[in-house]
Write a protein that binds this ligand. Structure first.
Ligand SMILES: [Cu+2]
Length: 168
């Protein structure tokens, strides 16, 4: 009887361990949360609410044609002058922007007046410690990354050992 209980406990623990090992699943952030991408939201405070990591996805939801989402350089973000410094344009109304790089991203709406009115924000995307959703690792860096991975694998195995002992 007790053995059975241990078995029931151990299985979820193993599942949790594997999900840790595979890294946290990438997050999808709906820009503006339930308000979406429009003129009534303070996006600088929205963007400060979350920690973004490489592999996460931003989703811009709005009525197509009424807004758009341009990824721009920092100076274009500051001036709202999109005659230069536009890195990418999204205009579908349901735009998914995958954050592939660990860098600062800047977004504005390019409909007249909207950027100056507050439809703009910047986020600082941090490197993830996962491999699941990341791009192939450049060979120059692979040494240090695999060392880090070995270290975290060891840590997880150690924690897993403790958990198993707790439940057996
Ligand atoms: Cu707009």
């Amino acid at each position: 009887m007790e053995d059975k209980i241990v078995c029931y406990v151990r299985f979820p623990v193993i599942l949790i361990w594997f999900s840790l090992l595979n890294g946290a699943v990438s997050e999808v952030y709906n820009v503006g949360d339930e308000n979406g991408w429009n003129s009534e939201v303070d996006y600088s405070s929205w963007s400060e609410r979350y920690n973004f990591t490489v592999g996460d996805v931003l989703e811009f939801k709005y009525s197509k044609g009424q807004h758009n989402a341009f990824e721009v350089t920092e100076s274009t973000y500051r001036t709202c002058d999109t005659s230069s410094g536009v890195l990418a344009k999204y205009e579908s109304g349901e735009d998914e922007v995958k954050l592939n790089a660990s860098k600062k991203y800047w977004f504005v709406c390019n409909v007249s007046g909207h950027c100056l009115g507050g439809m703009r924000f910047g986020i600082d995307v941090k490197p993830g410690n996962t491999t699941m959703n990341s791009e192939p690792i450049p060979s120059a860096n692979s040494g240090s990354i695999s060392a880090f991975h070995r270290w975290s694998l060891g840590l997880y195995t150690f924690a897993f050992g403790i958990l198993l002992n707790l439940f057996s």
